[in-house]
Design a protein around this ligand. Structure first.
Ligand code: NI
Length: 177
């Protein structure tokens, strides 16, 4: 079922979500199905459970690269539950981000360039990946949602925060997450 995505200002987006304990529950299946449908309908790059009002540590993401958006690399379709992120260097990289909970705006956000992330896929199998660049950015953005953090809270330069049409007139922009 397609769910409503909460927008910034809704207090549920500031909550710290709790870990999943039962990977065999039907509720988890339904949640993931709803998240996939909702993300697909909005052409999103990622979605976190709290964005649809569910306070569990579950995120999904996945992006197909597109020649219209240089710098956006393929990110495999991923379900990530109870994630842990470890930066692999202190190095930060800044780039534009958008968020389905902050629709129509973009901001210039610093993120760790290279990370290792680990967690569980939907059947409860543990996995980990070492990633960098855009993939690392998407994961950090999604996992922030689980701690009640939206990207504007990470920004340092608010002259680089604004409406899509004002920042990038006439341009097609990569998906929000
Ligand atoms: Ni977001």
């Amino acid at each position: 079922m397609i769910r409503e995505v909460l927008r910034m200002g809704d207090p549920r987006l500031w909550q710290v979500s709790v870990p999943v304990t039962d990977f065999r529950s039907k509720d988890l299946n339904i949640l993931l199905e709803d998240m996939r449908e909702t993300m697909a309908q909005l052409n999103g790059a990622g979605l976190a459970a709290p964005q649809i009002g569910v306070g569990l540590r579950v995120v999904i993401f996945g992006v197909k690269s597109n020649p219209r958006y240089p710098g956006i690399e393929d990110v495999p379709d991923t379900v990530l539950i109870n994630p842990r992120i470890e930066p692999l260097s202190e190095e930060l990289e800044e780039d534009w981000e958008g968020c389905l909970s902050v629709p129509g705006l973009r901001g210039w956000v610093p993120r760790f360039r290279k990370i290792r992330y680990q967690g569980y896929e939907e059947r409860g199998q543990r996995f980990q990946r070492v990633v960098e660049g855009f993939h690392a950015r998407v994961v950090q953005h999604e996992c922030d949602h689980l701690d009640g953090i939206l990207y504007p809270m990470r920004m340092r330069d608010f002259t680089r925060f604004g409406f899509n049409e004002a920042l990038f007139p006439g341009q097609e922009l990569p998906p929000e997450d």
